[in-house]
Design a protein around this ligand. Sequence first.
Ligand code: ZN
Length: 552
Amino acid sequence: MRRREFIKASAAGLAASTISTVGCGTSSDLVGDGRKRRILLHGGVVLTLDPRVGDFEKADVLIDGPRIARIAPTISAGDAEVVDCSGTIVMPGFITTHHHQYETLQRSMIPDGLLTGAWPEESYGSVVQNIWTAGRIADAADPNKIVWDLGRPPYDPEDCYISELVACLSEISEGITTGTDTSQSSHTPEHTDAMIKGLMDSGRRMVYAYSAGIDRSADGQAYEFPGAMHDTTKGIGRIAKKYFSSRDQLVTLGFGGGPGPAAPGADFTGWQLARAFGASIHNHNVGGQNIVMSAAADPRNGTDWSDVTFIHCTRWQKPAWEIWRDRGAHVSIAVLIEMQMRHGMPPLQQALDHGILPSLSPDVDTNMTTDPFSLMRGAFCLQRALANDLAFPETNPGQLPVPQALTCRQVIEMATIAGAASNRVLDNVGTLTPGKEADIVVLDAHSINTWPMNNVPGTIVTMMNPRHVRDVVIAGKVVYWKGKHVGWDVDKLLGQIEQARDRVLTRINGHAKSGQLPRGNNSFTGPYRPNFLASCCDKGQNTTSPAYVLRP
Ligand SMILES: [Zn+2]
């Protein structure tokens, strides 16, 4: 018998809402301190993605404290809280590998903008990196001439904090249980600490990939990135000691420094610095295959690169891919962003041709959603579009071989297993395996727009979107329950991030240290503001967009 019970989240001090549960177990509190209790996910399709465990058309998953205890066609509930999962898919939480979470208050700021372009062209470089992040703009004709300088980054630490927190809760609602934060916003130690606190407060599993901010030491502000070997007073050494002394916690340490000198004049590389403090390595690489070659030529960077992920990897040629394959490194593809913003063609086929299953990343909220279903569909359709076009003599006159088309199952593995491997957490999550921690999403397939279900991977990749995410469990704790966050007042958070957006924009339009904020094409009311109703870019007439005649 099903019965509906209303129970209250008991977590101390949290603005808990009334939670309804459907179950046939006891009425104990599912959504309080979940780590101490046993939960039985009963009767769903179970996609473990672990070949040693197998997948099940119908099975039970027993969670005991933070871990998965057992997966079998039927498990006796005993004292476990039973959650009815009939009509659902129970699978590992999605895992992405690169997201600039501090930009969450700038959501969809420049949806038509390209990656590069000098002001007044509204590109990612000019709007997001210069105005909103650095607080200064260079002359379009002379990059050394600063035409406007606020004297500080427009964000305060509290603005970083709320962006990180909302990003994490947003992605929990989309079923992404682990992410990698590559926020390039460590302008001061206080900014860095606020970002880490935002991640830790969220309850989500994360890699904090410590990255450079804007050096404003000339304006009297402390700047500590990247730190130094054996130094725990600043930079990566400081945060490693303060926050990351254990790997047995939800948020672990990564590093954005590269394989060259860690800082100007340093006699150690960024990778050496990362490894000295136990951090995984997460580097951006847009069209930079030469960095791969020089990294390989420097013996200080070692030959086992299984702790290294390069993000984008666009426009690489064969020698760079061979090094990447031979040294066991990882690839993170921001498939939608790379297509949209001119990073180069997402290198799905090149990675696959070298035996590398890439992971997927959302990258920047300024231009695109983080929705993992969109990421999976983007990868699935792009690889197949390019491969399928080679099947015709008209579009493949050189008779290049037609690559094998990706399957839905492989794309799901990109968004789970490959992400876990890149984030160095595959021994703990990424598959549903007894003994691993329970990071699980329950997807509601019994829905007007997905039922009847005829193929499970296909339902996930070709049919679903975040509205189908019903429940999310992280380390055995229910953090999202029947389509609602547990323990968070979402309206309050939305108010806070809107206020943060307004604070940052007010600073941008405030008193500058030098120069005047140039009137962009969108500054039609005087103060700079993002365009709201028309195209984000170039007075609503994006000069890079094709001309056409409207035929009503
Ligand atoms: Zn990035």
